[in-house]
Ligand binder design. Structure first.
Ligand code: F0G
Length: 461
């Protein structure tokens, strides 16, 4: 680990095209925030200075990817870009069959509908919003089987995304393996703070699931980032390439859903990749209903080309080291200032611990939602709530889920911002931290039925 830390890195690219940023006044931001109902998802991007809402679809593509866009084969069927993408997925992820989808949730919808029957249980290493919703819509019940450390923002466990085999085993004993169509393994775990899963855990999970005939399906959205952490934190892998590690990781699963908008360095796209012919055949039938023909799945040929090229770039060491390096840089600066964040700093984002940041707010006063609003007001920096609003409601009882973690996510798009933007971000968070005691909470005044965090509206208490 030390070996990589000692020398500083610089962005491994130079800038060819620039997109001007708009600065706003505090007065303008106050108005924008009120109009957006204190929900950063409802802000106009034009009113945002540094956009750390998400790393999803916000990546900067390379000149090579843009060149590929001009080689889009927009045939309805059998586009050559599909075959290039298929080749890239087979080579780097190692699955046999590919079903392209418009983005990750398209793949989640298809696999949930195929494998989950009403009354089944779907364990996973913490939930992701869209993944769990598709599982529930298919009649399944999600069961969290992540290790306890994942719920503790100060635990320094190097692989907080690991599956707790005792929890999984308890579920198998309780409901029976035939009620469990598959285990979802997020590599990395977004909601826990971009935390990785170790290779040794993946191997154990695979063995256990094989014994009980339970499929393992990866959410491979940020699997390359997971591979980076295996390389720097798991001794046996320090001399393996990112591509080798990624390939080995995927060999411990039967299929994956993928949001290409993250690791694959594109603005749109996703896929379902599988090894089982029968499931693939059904997925191919289904993709035609929900996405588009099985050789484009809702994507333009050019989008598939950009994704194929993005996959090749994503596993390059210089890329992934700088990508994670940028997040680590911000994390270290915030830690030095005594600002509470989820540790260790991982993956795609720095997560501020809003419960500790704003201890005077009750969870029902939406501390994370409040903090995201305050950071925007302070600086024009946009972040995302990952707490009680994102957690939603229990569909049986109608009660809020009360997650242990109340976080805001400063998410870094790949190759978009520079180190100077990172410095400005740290300074803004520090400003809010210095006036934290005077910050008041929010109340929810509008709540949509599904994925409420996207469109809920709030007012100041
Ligand atoms: N799985 C994970 C781990 C994700 O982070 C996302 C998206 C999805 C699945 C769904 O993929 O958006 O392409 O349909 N996460 C975004 C985010 C929205 O901001 O974290 P999608």
């Amino acid at each position: 680990m030390e070996k990589y830390k000692k020398r500083s890195w610089a962005e491994p690219y130079k800038i060819k095209v620039v997109e001007p940023l708009k600065m706003t006044t505090r007065e303008e931001r106050k108005r924008a925030l009120e109009e957006a109902g204190f929900n950063t998802f409802l802000l106009k991007s034009d009113d945002v200075y540094i956009d750390l809402l998400t790393d999803s679809g916000t990546n900067a593509m390379s000149d090579n990817q843009w060149a590929g866009m001009m080689l889009g084969d927009e045939a309805y069927a059998g586009s050559k870009n599909f075959y290039h993408l298929e080749e890239a997925v087979q080579k780097y992820y190692g699955y046999k069959y590919l079903v392209p989808t418009h983005q990750g949730r398209g793949a989640e919808n298809i696999i949930s509908k195929i494998l989950i029957k009403p009354g089944m249980f779907v364990p996973g290493n913490m939930y992701f919003t869209t993944t769990r919703l598709h599982q529930e819509l298919a009649g399944g019940t999600f069961v969290d089987v992540i290790i306890d450390e994942a719920h503790n923002p100060t635990s320094l466990h190097p692989f907080k995304g690991n599956v707790d085999l005792n929890k999984l085993d308890a579920l198998v004993r309780k409901v029976g393996a035939d009620k469990i169509p598959y285990l979802t393994v997020g590599v990395t775990v977004n909601m826990a703070g971009g935390q990785p899963v170790s290779m040794s855990n993946l191997k154990e999970v695979r063995l256990y699931c094989q014994k009980h005939c339970i499929r393992v399906i990866f959410d491979a959205t940020r699997a390359v980032e997971n591979a980076y952490f295996i390389k720097v934190r798991e001794k046996e892998y320090e001399n393996k390439s990112i591509a080798e590690i990624l390939h080995e990781m995927c060999s411990y699963s039967d299929a994956c859903t993928m949001s290409g908008k993250k690791d694959c360095l594109v603005n749109i796209g996703g896929f379902l990749a599988l090894n089982e012919w029968d499931v693939f055949e059904e997925a191919r039938n289904m993709v035609v209903v929900y996405e588009g023909l099985h050789t484009y799945g809702g994507l333009a040929g050019r989008d598939m080309e950009a994704m194929a090229r993005g996959i090749e770039e994503s596993v390059q060491w210089d890329h992934i080291r700088a990508r994670i390096g940028q997040v680590e840089y911000v994390g270290e600066k915030l830690t030095d200032l005594g600002i509470p964040i989820v540790l260790p700093v991982d993956g795609h984002a720095v997560f501020l611990d809003a419960k500790t940041f704003l201890p005077h707010l009750k969870q029902i006063e939406f501390p994370a939602q409040t903090l995201a609003a305050e950071l925007y007001l302070e600086s024009g920096i946009r972040s995302m709530e990952r707490g009680i609003v994102s957690a939603g409601r229990n569909k049986e009882t109608g009660d809020h889920y009360y997650p242990k973690l109340e976080l805001i996510r400063l998410t870094f798009p790949r190759r978009v911002y520079t180190q100077a933007h990172c410095d400005v971000t740290v300074e803004a968070v520090d400003e809010v931290f210095n006036r934290r005691e005077s910050i008041k909470g929010l109340k929810m005044v509008y709540e949509p039925k599904y994925l409420r965090f996207f469109q809920a509206r709030f007012e100041r208490l």
